[in-house]
Design a protein around this ligand. Sequence first.
Ligand SMILES: Nc1nc2c(ncn2[C@@H]2O[C@H](COP(=O)(O)OP(=O)(O)OP(=O)(O)O)[C@@H](O)[C@H]2O)c(=O)[nH]1
Ligand SMILES: [Mg+2]
Length: 464
Amino acid sequence: MRIRIEETICAISTPPGKGGIAVIRVSGPAALATAKKIAPGLNKKQIESHKAYFCEIIDLKNAKVDEVLVTYFVHGKSFTGEEVIEISCHGSTYITQKILDLLIENGCSMADRGEFTFRAFMNNRIDLVQAESVLSLIDSQNELSAKMALRQLDGHISKQFLKLESDLTWCLAHIEASIDFSTEGLDIIDNSVLIEKVKIILKEIYQLINSYQSGRLLKDGVKVVLVGEPNVGKSSLLNLLLQNEKAIVTEIAGTTRDIIEGATVHDGVKYLISDTAGLRETTDLVEKIGVDRSRQEALKADVLAFVLDVNERDWETSFALFKEVGGSKNLFLVNKVDQAPEISKAEITKKLQSYQANINPEQVILTSALDPKARSSVLDNVKTTIGSLSYLEEAMISSARQFEKAKYAADMIEVSLKELEKNSGAEFVAMYLKDALVSLQQILGHAYDDQIMDRVFKEFCLGK
Ligand SMILES: Nc1nc2c(ncn2[C@@H]2O[C@H](COP(=O)(O)OP(=O)(O)OP(=O)(O)O)[C@@H](O)[C@H]2O)c(=O)[nH]1
Ligand SMILES: [Mg+2]
């Protein structure tokens, strides 16, 4: 990410294509002056911050380009912290591009991806965790992921990392004081006090680290893979879950040859559902490749849904195949129950347990792809299987970067704790704690380098 704070940048902030209106954003020291050049009517008005002004955009030949609303944000009171102008124009691709060209002809530079948010970070308006949450918020496609991103944006997680940084700094300062007695104003504290303090820090870091699994699932979606023998109704269930006839369904065993994926939202959570080729031994080359792909796909599942046909009397083969792909979180969807209305869940569970003793009743769902109610019953059970998706009240991290940095900090603190407990030299302890502290500082951006900046901002879209 280029640092060029003295330049005024501009970009179209609304999605490409035509729309009712489009918004062009301008940020930097010459934002208002440039707006006045392309919209001379502004010169006649007393411009106040956070107010919108109706005016005409004029091109270099003095011809009218559009009638627009210009909103002005004074330096220090905008998202970027700089002087900002937002031009709301008619959403024609020609008009938006023309206004952007005029801004550039009048001295503005085209913004890089995420540069507005980057400037907000550089001007201390937000920290890196909040910058990442802006991206998550833009990407969010369901209620819970949007709520989680908003909570991160309002500084909920940042506060926790800040506290950890400050607690760790306190420990480090006291350890360093014992190395260098000249450090003024710090008492040498007992090892046991430090050990207790470090243990508390570790506990708090682990809470954040452990929230990543749920945070990631809320942000990216829960991956559910449907596997089973041919003809049991996997594709029919996929169509039911997606509420869309996405996969071909026939009575011919071996219909699905490839992975078919789709996303759906239920009760605020996003699910990514995959239908796979029926598992069986086959000499058909294409089907064989399909079956291999099913096995690969099963490995990627957050929840593996084994589909069985209730009409089958023998599930021996199915279970032999499941053992090959078995994940840690499994559900058993016993399908086509419309064809066996007399059967009870207790009976089915008992039968399943005869193949695999550790199956518990919560993992067993009787389904019929013909019954629309089966959709919520399957997805509710997936949510329960995942377990922690409703713990939005707690602070959650959802960025792999934050997770890796927190994990590294925890590892380093673990090492320093061992050294402390062994009563090793303070230099050793301090060395590891310093490493941990830098890693924590990198999370919020109190320490950063180009690599970190690129990782955070490269995924942003233009105009944000
Ligand atoms: N009565 C009834 N029929 C079903 C149900 N689910 C699927 N079927 C029928 O079972 C047959 C196979 O369904 P598919 O969804 O293609 O099965 P699949 O598991 O995807 O099969 P492959 O792609 O070959 O592995 C079709 O004729 C479906 O209409 C169900 O719940 N009840
Ligand atoms: Mg199929």
